[in-house]
Design a protein around this ligand. Structure first.
Ligand SMILES: [Zn+2]
Length: 387
């Protein structure tokens, strides 16, 4: 549903005209929950709703987010969760998770005055599920999400080329991932880590490295897999850090794909990591393959053996540096590990909800040591990749 279609060209011109958002505030009134953005200038904007779960998405041009730390934790009234960041080039967004069905009553811009920039106001009112669903049916021309990416065949590497390792920094842009006790964002930790792993592998000089993202941008899970296959990856390593309500829990773990989860905790972790596209406000309805259970064929089964082999090379290297969880190698249906022909592992480096883990993962020095350990494991794997 478009409640207001802003200036058509504002989205495209975002790169040049840098709009700053200084704050995102939530106000709770009797009949409505109000979201207010404090801006440097008047932007074009679009608002639409997504179901399952109930979300309202505000699309904006490229935004320079200069909001206070802790903004991503704000909630209240009908807004159960809030995220902001880049969705795709030229298109930043705010995604609101609703605690129940709600519709946008009004949305408007209060012009700036001397000393105060314009404010964008969105009023959300409680609605019935039926009323919410009706808003979805209204004709809509939202910014097209980039979720529909066909899985192309994997490119074959010439025997003269060094093996290619694709490092995948988890989350990014609109999807912050876990938020640490000290306010760190998983998306920043994983990106910093990925750059250091890249440097460590390059300095050993035996493999080539490609990052799925080298900036703070959102990339759908399926695209991450597609990037690895299109580049002809020989190994895919997705980097993450977890968060949990119990702040005493700490430690790293290594995960590979399987139809059946090794345990309930890992199944829940996979479900959480698989939510990235939902978190970013991608409309997944009609993408049955996105939510279907993991189907494993013979090629994938062979690849899974290689993945497990790399996981077993990685455990002893990481164990020297970071506290590893009991049973450090576990399995579940992680969507980002679904490339049928690229051995893939997901590394959870620790818990940002634990102060010691967060400190370690945000320190350049310990990150460099972890990167070196991962590079060594990669090197050992390619010396003897046969499971
Ligand atoms: Zn993650």
């Amino acid at each position: 549903m478009i409640l207001f279609a802003g200036l058509c060209c504002a989205l495209a011109q975002g790169a040049e005209a840098e709009t700053v958002v200084h704050d995102i505030r939530i106000g709770i009134y009797n009949a409505k929950t109000r979201l207010v953005l404090d801006l440097s200038e008047r932007p074009g904007f679009k608002i639409f709703a997504l179901a399952n779960p109930y979300r309202i998405v505000l699309d904006l041009p490229d935004i320079n987010w200069r909001v206070p730390s802790g903004t991503a934790r704000r909630k209240g009234g009908l807004i159960a969760g809030l995220r902001y960041g880049q969705f795709q080039p030229g298109n930043s967004r705010v995604v609101m998770d609703l605690s129940g069905p709600g519709t946008v009553g009004k949305s408007f811009i209060i012009p700036g005055t001397k000393g105060r920039g314009p404010r964008l106001v969105i009023d959300i009112r409680k609605a019935t599920r039926q009323a919410f669903l009706t808003t979805l049916k209204a004709p809509r021309k939202a910014v097209a999400p980039r979720a529909k990416i066909p899985l192309q065949a994997k490119v074959k590497r010439s025997p003269l080329q060094k093996p290619l390792v694709v490092i995948d920094p988890g989350h990014g842009g609109i999807d912050p991932g876990a938020i640490g006790v000290g306010g760190s964002f998983e998306k920043h930790v994983t990106l910093g880590m990925a750059h250091q792993i890249r440097r460590a592998i390059m300095s050993l000089g035996r493999q080539r490295v490609l990052l799925t993202r080298s900036r703070d941008v959102f990339i759908p899970l399926r695209r991450r897999v597609a990037i690895a296959r299109a580049a002809g990856a020989d190994l895919f390593v997705s980097i993450h850090a977890d968060s949990i309500a119990n702040h005493r829990v700490r430690g790293g773990g290594i995960y590979t794909l399987s139809e059946n989860s090794s345990d309930e905790e890992t199944a829940a972790l996979a479900a959480k990591e698989n939510r990235s596209d939902v978190i970013a406000g991608v409309n997944l309805s009609g993408h049955d393959d996105e939510v279907a259970s993991i189907l494993i064929d013979l090629t994938q089964r062979e690849t899974m053996n290689y993945s497990a082999h790399f996981a077993s090379a990685l455990v002893p290297e990481l164990r020297q540096l970071i506290h590893m969880r009991r049973k450090p190698h576990r399995f579940a249906g992680f969507r980002v590990l679904k490339a049928p022909d690229v051995p893939s592992v997901l590394v959870e480096l620790g818990y940002l909800s634990n102060r010691r883990d967060e400190k370690m993962l945000t320190s350049a020095k310990s990150r460099a040591a972890i990167a070196t350990a991962i590079a060594r494991a990669v090197n050992n794997y390619f010396k003897n990749p046969k499971p």
